[in-house]
Design a protein around this ligand. Structure first.
Ligand code: CA
Length: 287
């Protein structure tokens, strides 16, 4: 059993106005009363983060496994999975994605990203806020992902994933596992996802591109505030100040602050819609 320190404090109230001996006696009684029902608990600070965030997608499941899931629970008609969405890895649509003078008529439809994080607050509700970012063509050795943050128009790095109810007989009712607390973003619900032409309005170069998805269960890392001499600025209590949240390092999980994170990668190719060679592009006017 895990309880926060604040929960335990609320179970053991103070008794102001009584003599010290009475308080001591009541305290001893309360101590026993507190210890017995909560024996074996671990005290968990409000900042602790025992559950890691995960990206989840549907996977291939054999007929035999599906039958076994059905046998495990008569309520399950199939194995519990999140709904299918754009699979991680190579994006290989039936028609090519193209850089166009206007927009790409072959652009991807909207799709969902699913995450889960098991941490609960004292009321049994999802505790952690999950945020994420997309990083375009991130070099392997970079230490600063900020210049590569992409598609904020489709996936704003400050907008948390929304709690989602997948309904009865679904992933929510997973076999023999805790409630997965699935959350979701929907990318391009209104516009579709024009990867080659709409990186916040900017077009990509024709060719092969990579797109890294990173999600985390804490706000993005905030670097230390530095003065003109490069020294850390401290507050009145002598603690180092951090830059305002507006200047947080998007794409950098707050690992010193206990953040967990998950990543996944897409790769896609943009053909040149102006290429004289036939590309089967479907360039259309901007709406
Ligand atoms: Ca967590």
């Amino acid at each position: 059993m895990v309880r926060s320190a604040s929960t335990i404090a609320s179970r053991c109230p103070q008794a102001p106005g009584l003599t010290r001996a009475t308080v001591a006696a009541i305290g001893a009684a309360l101590l026993v009363a507190c210890i017995i029902p909560d024996s074996g608990l671990r005290v968990q600070g409000d900042a602790s983060n025992p559950g890691t965030v995960r990206l989840v997608q549907a996977v291939a499941v054999s007929e035999q496994a599906t039958d076994a899931c059905n046998a495990a629970s008569i309520d399950l008609t199939s194995c519990p999975l999140v709904p299918e969405t754009l699979p991680f890895g190579a994006i290989n649509p039936a028609t090519p994605l193209c850089v166009c003078p206007g927009r790409d008529g072959n652009a991807l439809s909207f799709f969902d990203l699913y995450v889960e994080d098991p941490d609960l607050d004292d009321d049994g509700r999802p505790k952690d806020t999950i945020i994420g970012a997309l990083l375009l063509d991130l070099p392997a050795a970079t230490v600063d992902p900020a210049p590569f943050v992409a598609y904020p128009n489709l996936f704003p790095p400050s907008v948390p994933a929304a709690n989602v109810n997948l309904g009865f007989n679904s992933y929510t009712d997973a076999v023999e596992r805790p409630e997965p607390l699935v959350r979701r973003w929907t990318l391009g619900a209104e516009t579709g996802v024009d990867l080659c032409n709409d990186n916040a309005g900017a077009k990509l170069e024709p060719g092969l591109h990579s797109l890294r998805l990173i999600v985390t269960d804490r706000p993005w890392y905030r670097p230390l505030e530095l003065d003109d001499d490069g020294e850390s600025v401290q507050d009145d209590a002598g603690e180092p100040l951090r830059v305002p949240i507006e200047e947080a390092a998007i794409g950098v999980p707050d690992l010193p602050g206990g953040a967990s994170y998950a990543i996944a990668d897409y790769a896609f190719r943009c053909a040149d819609g102006l290429d004289l060679e036939p590309q089967n592009c479907n360039c259309v006017e901007v709406m």
